[in-house]
Design a binder for this molecule. Structure first.
Ligand SMILES: N[C@@H](CCC(=O)N[C@@H](CS)C(=O)NCC(=O)O)C(=O)O
Length: 210
């Protein structure tokens, strides 16, 4: 039995979307951010020592970290869907994208978020993070030159995971200078599984259309 512990307006939306893409049966447990601090509620902190969302519960066992959750779901339930042929030419970039989306791609965003919170906007640290963030966005933009998705014609879980980076980047500054990336996000939002994830999870304020 799969249960997704889902925080509103968070990267947990990506896992919800992945579950919908794979048409899996799962239970959804919803948590709401505090309206002012935006932190997760105490129930989420009590659930898992890391206190973050998403958390996937599998037959009573808990798995935190969105990257690990994606890996687990795809390994166990993917049956080759949403991924390239592991021995084919796209596998290396696929894996790179998946890890980048939860590590180096997110780091400058988190640094900028903290700079904003602690009145360090415009500081050397903020500017360095901004430069790293532009590199990340450029990396996505360049990959979209060969087709509708990051791996050309093949839609994969990397598209889902990576979409969180420009969505958050937009809350920190403009992403208008990346036309392919903007068109890709709009294309992603048209996927039926994305729409059902919104139906099930509720509004998602990081969508570039909100
Ligand atoms: N590296 C973790 C980060 C998880 C994370 O920071 N989740 C945020 C939402 S995007 C959260 O739970 N925030 C609520 C809080 O910190 O109280 C992952 O990829 O799952």
């Amino acid at each position: 039995m799969l249960k997704l512990h889902h925080l509103n307006n968070s990267r947990s939306q990506k896992i919800l979307w992945l579950l919908e893409e794979l048409e899996l049966t799962y239970e959804l447990v919803k948590y709401q951010r505090h309206p002012e601090t935006l932190m997760g509620p105490p129930e989420l902190k009590a659930l898992h020592p890391l206190g973050k969302s998403p958390v996937l519960e599998v037959d009573g066992q808990l798995l935190s970290e969105s990257g690990a959750i994606c890996d687990y779901i795809l390994d166990r339930f993917g049956n080759g869907r949403l991924a390239p042929d592991p021995s084919g030419p796209d596998q290396l970039r696929f894996v790179e994208n998946l890890y980048f989306a939860v590590s180096a791609g997110m780091n400058p965003i988190m640094i900028k978020v903290y700079c904003q919170a602690f009145n360090l906007t415009g500081s050397p640290m903020d500017l360095a993070a901004d430069s790293e963030l532009q590199t990340a966005l450029e990396y996505i933009e360049r990959q979209l030159g060969k087709g509708p998705w990051l791996l050309g014609d093949l839609f994969t879980v990397a598209d889902i995971q990576m979409s969180f980076i420009p969505e958050l980047a937009r809350t920190l500054g403009t992403i208008d200078r990346y036309p392919a990336l903007n068109a890709w996000l709009l294309r992603l939002y048209e996927r039926p599984a994305f729409l059902s994830s919104i139906e099930r999870g509720g509004t998602y304020q990081f969508s570039i259309t909100t």
